[in-house]
Design a protein around this ligand. Structure first.
Ligand code: GDP
Length: 481
């Protein structure tokens, strides 16, 4: 038996076509090299240019990371409060903020921004990031040291802060001069969904030219802002070299950066082996209800069933017959992984497939790992489960997601899946049609700017280039296609 299983086993590419570096200790983060066992082949290979830029980034990170000589030098400048001229290393500091899905998207955005601007990304670990994500860069940590001077101000930073770039512009401290005296050693970038027109000037070339000189950029954001980076002329060429296929940005950045820690990997693999591995087909259904009031809601259940039946994702049931006769063992099996804060939808659908046979004879198992009832971002096990469930959804073959949810975006992006998106219900009724297929696997940027930096007037940023369009689930959002 052994020889049979050996000969049929295809050696899989654990470095994902060169996306991952080979230099890690495997045991400290099993998911990094083991995830290929659970996934289909990477649907789009990274470009050789992306691979070379990632290796260059890793070298820069090693040179500039926490407590290196270069780091200490740049830190001195920060402590002195005066910019004294360019140093070797410049930084983007990502502040931990918002729900886990939002954070994963904003981290990917901040990393790509760092890559484009030759900066080093340092991550505020918040309460749980180190418990959820492995170190993505070899040898030197990506975590901001606890003694970082501005750390105790992160919570206080907002649009009104003196250090806020938008606020500086508003007060007309526009720093178009080249004088070192006027370059601050650090700037706070407020890129949270409630940001104003001044903050949004971040997405203009002129402002990027100024920011280029600032050694420390502290970023607070809950958004996937990459689509708007594609509209900044000075990044255009580099981005198209990095990503010849533009709808693979999050897929590749995500598979490069986000590796579950061993604790979370245990949760993922045990669940997968127990409930999903043996099925002929795996279907993920991610339910996120933004309505007020406690569900489950009938209209949401109706919508899930309408979508999955209409699109032939799940088989119809036969209410007239008790049994569908056919030779045993020939029926295909479908495993449906549902995720939701509530258990109501899962219970109803599971019951349906127990009480009635399917018209196709297919065997349908319905599974939901948790029902946490409400968002509890401060709890360790809660966040581990949320990450586990996003990841498990990304391991399915067919995915259905809810509108507006970054939780679903992470799953579709990591999985390389174009989901069927359930339209957002209005007035507690199931929309018709209930869902549509996504144009691409990319996440949606929920709060993009609508500004033409050159003309200095409003513009529809979803109609400038063919690869940046309005989202399926949010008419004003932008996504790469
Ligand atoms: P979004 O609000 O849907 O964009 O996603 P976020 O991940 O940013 O925030 C929602 C948070 O609520 C998650 O991080 C979880 O803490 C929790 N949550 C929402 N839906 C689920 C779910 O299906 N399963 C679990 N375990 N947690 C969920």
């Amino acid at each position: 038996e052994d020889s049979v299983s050996q000969s049929t086993e295809v050696p899989k590419d654990k470095l994902l076509g060169g996306l991952l570096s080979a230099g890690f200790d495997e045991g400290s983060c099993l998911s990094r090299y083991e995830s290929v066992k659970y996934r289909k082949e990477l649907s789009h290979k990274p470009s050789s240019y992306l691979i070379s830029r990632l290796r260059r980034y890793e070298a820069l990170h090693k040179q500039c990371g926490p407590y290196t000589e270069s780091y200490n030098k740049t830190l001195e400048q920060l402590k002195s409060g005066h910019y004294t001229g360019p140093l070797e290393c410049n930084y983007v500091v990502w502040v931990s903020f918002s729900g886990l899905g939002n954070r994963i998207l904003s981290l990917a955005s901040s990393f790509l921004y760092a890559l484009l601007t030759n900066r080093v990304l340092l991550v505020d670990p918040g309460v749980d990031v180190a418990d959820l994500l492995c170190e993505p860069f070899p040898e030197v940590s990506w975590f901001l040291p606890p003694d970082f001077p501005l750390k105790n101000q992160f919570n206080k930073f907002n649009q009104e802060s003196r250090e806020c770039y938008g606020k500086m512009l508003k007060k007309n401290i526009t720093i178009t001069t080249n004088s070192n005296r006027l370059t601050p050693p650090s700037v706070y970038l407020h890129l949270v969904h409630d940001y104003n027109d001044h903050d949004k000037l971040f997405f203009c070339d002129e402002d990027q030219t100024f920011l280029q000189k600032v050694p420390w950029l502290i970023v607070k954001t809950d958004n996937y802002f990459i689509p708007s980076l594609f509209l900044i002329p000075s990044f255009e060429q580099e981005l198209s070299k990095l990503f010849p296929k533009k709808d693979t940005v999050f897929h590749l950045m995500g598979r490069y950066l986000f590796h579950p820690t061993n604790q979370v990997w245990g949760l993922i693999t045990r669940y997968y082996e127990s409930y999903l591995a043996k099925a002929d087909e795996r279907i993920g259904i991610q339910i996120r209800v933004f309505d007020t009031g406690t569900g489950p809601f009938q209209h949401v259940l109706d919508q899930i069933l309408a979508c999955t039946m209409k699109e032939n994702l799940l088989p119809e049931i036969n209410r007239e017959q008790h049994i569908i006769i056919g030779p045993s063992g020939t029926h295909k099996s479908k495993a449906v992984l549902m995720t939701s804060l509530s258990s109501g939808y899962f219970e109803k659908i599971r019951e349906m497939y127990w009480e009635y046979p399917t018209v196709t004879g297919e065997v349908v198992g319905i599974y939901q790992p948790s029902h946490e009832e409400y968002q509890q971002t401060e709890k360790q096990m809660h966040n581990r489960k949320a990450w586990t469930e996003m990841y498990l959804l990304s391991l399915t073959d067919v995915l259905v997601t809810s509108s507006w949810s970054t939780f679903g975006y992470v799953a579709q992006g990591l999985g390389g899946l174009k989901p069927w998106i359930l339209y957002k219900p209005e007035n507690r009724t199931a929309p018709n049609p209930p869902c549509r297929r996504a144009m691409s696997m990319e996440p949606c940027f929920h709060a993009p700017p609508f500004y033409d930096c050159k003309a200095k007037m409003g513009v529809d940023t979803g109609a400038i280039v063919p690869h940046v369009r309005h989202c399926e689930d949010m008419s004003w959002g932008l996504k790469l296609v």
